[in-house]
Ligand binder design. Structure first.
Ligand SMILES: NC(=O)c1ccc[n+]([C@@H]2O[C@H](COP(=O)([O-])OP(=O)(O)OC[C@H]3O[C@@H](n4cnc5c(N)ncnc54)[C@H](OP(=O)(O)O)[C@@H]3O)[C@@H](O)[C@H]2O)c1
Length: 289
């Protein structure tokens, strides 16, 4: 791995805030791209707890940090602290990228770009079909918005551990996007097996399985999957989760979160630098890591 460009007093700082933050691959991706394009930027991870969120934003402005990504668990709560929001961030209700425009914090949602980029080749197959989304956090919001806005799906099942959170998402998208075809289920694997099996597309947008040490899966019941399905796990580290392995064994077409990760990062990169990230090289690099 190449080290970041030589740091000097002009070097512009960007980064990511989240908690926990140790599994993020964003610093590797962005610093590699800065290096490749010889941009005088450096990307740093900041471990920020929920109680520190508001103060950390003042710190970002005071230190002249040019922008940052936002990850678990801040994507939804940070919305209230933004001075301006992009159209998609406003509707989604979650921000994953912030631009600091001389003290004005502008929130964007580039996860939406990542989801479109990943699923675009399956657009015709998904159109008019039922999709099951596991999870009801910030990532699930972006997924549901994109499924309604871009992929014209027929019905969405939201399956989550905390049913109340899924219900509030259903109400949210019903009022914001006038989409009424959402059904809610509690994540009890035996109870949702048939629901999953009948879905054309299943998306794990929960954080289950999100670290190489985490071998948990939203379900371990093989009958949840079949060969007619597309199964997308937005987790990108590890590349092959237990969830995807199981779906793959049942003949489903499986997709991990790496392409989404690189595409959302590329959009953030463009917002901060005005330049195009070398995404093919980065995908190759991260696939090998
Ligand atoms: N590939 C990419 O580019 C990309 C982009 C964005 C996010 N992601 C990944 O997406 C995942 C979710 O991110 P997020 O921002 O939406 O997180 P979040 O807002 O914290 O939401 C986490 C979701 O996971 C559920 N969950 C967590 N632990 C669970 C467990 N042990 N059992 C059952 N449900 C559990 C939560 O359920 P409750 O509501 O019951 O708490 C909630 O629905 C993360 O793994 C993140 O890395 C990937």
């Amino acid at each position: 791995m190449q080290s970041p460009v030589e740091i000097n007093s002009n070097t512009k700082i960007v980064g990511v805030i989240g908690h926990p933050i140790k599994h993020t691959l964003s610093p590797v991706m962005h610093n590699y791209a800065f290096n490749k394009l010889k941009l005088d930027f450096v990307y740093l991870p900041f471990n920020i707890s929920s109680t520190e969120l508001k103060d950390s934003l003042k710190g970002m402005i005071a230190l002249g940090i040019k922008g940052f990504n936002v990850t678990i668990p801040h994507k939804e709560r940070i919305v209230e602290y933004m001075d301006e929001l992009s159209d998609s961030a406003k509707i989604v209700g979650a921000v994953n990228t912030v631009v600091n425009d001389n003290g004005t914090l502008i929130g964007y949602n580039t996860d939406v770009n990542g989801i479109i980029n990943t699923l675009e080749e399956f657009k015709n197959e998904i159109n008019g079909k039922t999709v099951s989304v596991l999870g009801a956090g910030g990532a699930a919001r972006s997924v549901i918005y994109t499924l309604i806005n871009h992929f014209n799906v027929k019905r969405i099942n939201i399956i989550n551990r905390t049913v109340e959170k899924a219900e509030s998402l259903k109400d949210y998208f019903s009022s914001k996007m006038l989409f009424e075809k959402i059904k809610i289920y509690e994540l009890i694997p035996p109870d949702v097996t048939e629901i999953l099996a009948k879905s054309k597309l299943i998306i794990n947008a929960s954080s289950i399985g999100m670290s190489p040490e985490d071998d948990d899966s939203p379900t371990t019941i093989p009958e949840s999957f079949n060969k007619n399905q597309i199964v997308f796990d937005i987790v990108y580290n590890p590349r092959k989760t237990v969830f995807l392995t199981l779906a793959n064994e049942q003949g489903a077409l499986t997709i991990n979160g790496l392409k989404m990760f690189v595409a959302q990062g590329a959009k953030s990169f463009e917002l901060w630098t005005g330049e195009t990230m070398p995404t093919d090289q980065i995908l190759e690099l991260l696939s090998e890591e």
